[in-house]
Design a protein around this ligand. Structure first.
Ligand code: 13P
Length: 249
């Protein structure tokens, strides 16, 4: 297995002051570990503080939680992929379930955002996942694979090979309900099969992360599940000590 990816999505938490304070504590508890990749996705307004706080830690990468699909223009309130790159981001979440379900982002928009990442040399972290209704209707695989295919529809195999995929069942996000390691493995296997089609030679290089109510208690068992290459963590990444315990484990 490649080295596991442990990603913190802070969502709309931690402004610049809190972010600096977080990193002071976190870095004390987390010396360099070459065998894992730690990522932070702060809010865009805290990105410069996080990039600065990690100046001496090239082992940790930073990304943004969302970008616009255009490189520039009259889009008040938005940030573009080239701007995020210029500010020190190396990655961008695309199609997070909160973007899809709270802000109405469509599969086609995620595809355009993945393409924008490619132009700006940002690694897209394409998030996919089914709602509870879709799961109960037996549509999990169909939904996830549709989101995956459409999300990567505007880029070539080489660009797919540089991406990260995150499976986050919507019913598990922020609810305290987690997929079992077996549930996660089953969906990750289906994602891997699809990635074989999309990036035939290089699909093994694409990490598939699990996200949804990951915490200190369940992180190790989820990470040990077949085809789970890492974790994308919301609530449990907000506390510096707790998050450092998860990434050290
Ligand atoms: P929680 O870990 O808070 O469930 O959030 C998961 C998530 O959405 C990470 O992107």
């Amino acid at each position: 297995m490649q080295r596991p990816v442990l990603a913190a999505n802070w969502k709309m938490h931690h402004g610049p002051t809190d972010a600096r304070e977080f990193l002071r504590t976190f870095l004390q508890y987390y010396p360099r570990h070459g065998d894992r990749q730690v990522l932070f996705f702060p809010s865009a307004i805290s990105l410069p503080a996080v990039v600065e706080g990690l100046r001496d830690r090239s082992d940790i990468r930073v990304g943004v939680q969302n970008i616009h699909w255009e490189d520039k223009g009259a889009f008040t309130g938005e940030i573009s992929a080239p701007m995020a790159r210029d500010a020190g981001a190396h990655l961008a979440l695309v199609g997070h379930s909160e973007r899809r379900h709270v802000f109405g982002e469509t599969d086609d928009e995620t595809a355009r955002k993945v393409a924008a990442c490619g132009r700006a040399h940002l690694v897209p972290v394409l998030c996919v996942g089914e709602t509870l209704a879709e799961r109960e209707a037996g549509e999990t695989e169909a939904v996830v694979l549709r989101q995956l295919r459409t999300g990567f529809s505007l880029v070539d195999a080489a660009q797919v090979a540089h991406a990260i995929v995150a499976y986050e069942p919507v019913w598990a996000i922020g609810t305290g309900r987690t997929a079992t390691p077996a549930d996660a493995s089953a969906v990750h296997r289906a994602i891997r099969e699809e990635l074989k089609q999309l990036a035939p030679e290089r699909h093994r290089a694409i990490p598939i992360l699990y996200g949804g109510s990951v915490n200190r208690g369940n992180a190790a068992s989820l990470l040990a599940a077949t085809e789970v290459d890492g974790l994308l963590v919301g609530g449990a990444s907000l506390d510096a000590e707790g998050w450092s315990a998860i990434v050290r484990a």
